[in-house]
Ligand binder design. Sequence first.
Ligand code: FE2
Ligand code: FE2
Length: 310
Amino acid sequence: MTRSWTDLDDFQNFIDGGGIVEAVDDMPDDYRAEVFRFIEFHANSELMGGLTERDWIPRAPGVRLKQIFLAKTQDEIGHAHLLYQVAADMGFKDRTQMLEELFDGRSRFHNVFHYQAVTWADQIAIAYLVDAAAFASQRAVFAECTYGPYKRVLKRIISEEGFHMRHGEEMLLRLTEGTETQREMFQAALDRWWWPAVHLFGPDSDPNDPLLRWKIKSQPNEQLRHAYIQKYVPLLQSYGFRIPDDNLHYDDTFDGGKGAWLTSDIDWEPLKATMRQGGPDSRRRISNAAANYADTAWVREALQRTGAAA
Ligand SMILES: [Fe+2]
Ligand SMILES: [Fe+2]
């Protein structure tokens, strides 16, 4: 049954009362547009993340890690396609259009996928820091998430991301028990990935952010970022690594004496550059993704001929 609301106040009351919107509902245009944009961005990010994992399958050391990276690649590409389906059902663009816009460089995706993974230790830093940051922000969306189809897909995504995060912890713990060279490799990777991981949460939220008002996001960006920093600074330091921030310090007086780790003022310019496809590795990543899409056209054609494709 299609539900509709008399005006935005009526819709807000529905949301505030714990209502869940479904794809068939006659939702307000702004809600539909904002939620679509958010899900499309998430879908693009999963796809670009999956392609990064794929790049490292041949270079993963040993069969066990190759199998794990193969599984992670399948997970991420699967997340992307579930999300593209949810986004397509919102009626703005179909999946092919979203993919073509991504490969043309017209769509946005998470900042972390605009950087280059230089060594295997970067893959560990990505699994440890970036998967954890993505997990934290996705879990915060899932906590309320008033758009039903997105919430149901997030449930599955989060459970798989939980494995990715744990695997990142396992890889990091093994590496910390390794040689001095391995530890130096991870420190160099941490120097490259710390700030992009912190940036992933985005700048402070506008208090009027409609995604907060409509309970797609359950917490403002700065709260999630703060919690992440409180967790990962002491963990990384306890493993003997240095956070690449000369002004990082613990402030005992923060929040009425509760105390907190505080970073330097964050330079958001690198994040903004990635949103213009101007990150250090944006061009190569987008063209690789486009080439991958072209290379796999025969699979889609074969499926269409057999009537198996949607
Ligand atoms: Fe994912
Ligand atoms: Fe992941």
